[in-house]
Design a protein around this ligand. Structure first.
Ligand code: FMN
Length: 236
């Protein structure tokens, strides 16, 4: 069970359509990211790969914090166009991709600005994040990152205004590229830390319903993260 820190609900405004049960509405404050230990960038690039055999050992909260920061955390208070800067580039700095994090306890929305997790659903949806079409995979990964686009953030970007942001085809190209940039960060972070990562399809419709997404939000992909299975044999 992750440890919760109670705080004023006024800071808990979320951009997703769902809401957690009243018993589980307190955000989880993530510890300050620590990325001082790990393989170098060249070595991480050399080791980057998809690892589908993932053990069940849970990720410590510090590791989850480091992972989410690397994925799309705030890396400078002043980014382009008056918004925060984050570790992944996005079209017009719209930051339209939300990361939902499915762990055993439930599903949380990563709030990069406050570096915390906002509860969304208090049930284990990790199997849906793998989806029914993945063959020969034993679902043990402790964390599933679920990539969700909020198209409203492109249409009403606070960033650079350009007509493409309102064109569905251009929007699609932007949000898939922006997803890939985050996923690439996750792959490299995993390689640097000796973690396993696997980017994959998922049950988009089922997850969209469970997360109670608005009509202008869409589940795109998911990414499993955990410790490589071989290392956790007998422990998971
Ligand atoms: C857009 C995209 C979709 C993918 N979907 C799946 C998937 O549904 N199932 C799966 O097992 N792997 C999936 N993968 C992982 C690729 O199969 C994997 O990245 C590719 O075989 C290259 O292997 P590598 O990542 O180890 O270099 C996907 C990767 C990408 C980029």
């Amino acid at each position: 069970m992750l440890q919760r820190v109670r705080r004023s609900p006024s800071r808990g405004k979320t951009t997703h359509g769902g809401s957690a049960s009243s018993a589980d509405t307190a955000p989880i404050e993530l510890p300050t990211p620590k990325l001082s230990v790990g393989k170098s960038l060249p070595e991480s690039l050399r080791r980057r790969e998809t690892v589908r055999a993932i053990g069940g050992r849970k990720l410590p909260l510090q590791v989850l914090s480091n992972l989410l920061w690397a994925a799309c955390g705030v890396n400078r208070p002043k980014g382009p166009f008056g918004a925060l800067g984050i570790t992944a580039a996005s079209a017009s700095n719209s930051q339209e991709i939300d990361l939902f994090v499915a762990i055993e306890d439930g599903v949380y929305l990563f709030d990069a600005r406050q570096h915390r997790l906002l509860p969304v659903v208090a049930s284990d949806l990790r199997t849906m994040a793998i989806g029914p079409r993945q063959k020969n995979v034993v679902m043990k990964a402790p964390a599933q990152l679920i990539y969700v686009v909020d198209i409203d953030r492109l249409v009403h970007t606070s960033g650079f205004q350009e007509p493409g942001l309102r064109d569905p085809e251009v929007q699609k190209s932007y949000y898939f590229v922006d997803t890939g940039l985050i996923a690439g960060n996750v792959y490299l972070f995993a390689a640097s830390q000796g973690l396993a990562a696997w980017f994959h399809n998922c049950d988009r419709v089922g997850l969209g319903k469970k997360l109670k997404l608005r009509s202008d939000q869409r589940v795109l992909f998911a990414q499993s993260v955990g410790y490589p299975a071989a290392r956790t044999a007998g422990r998971a």
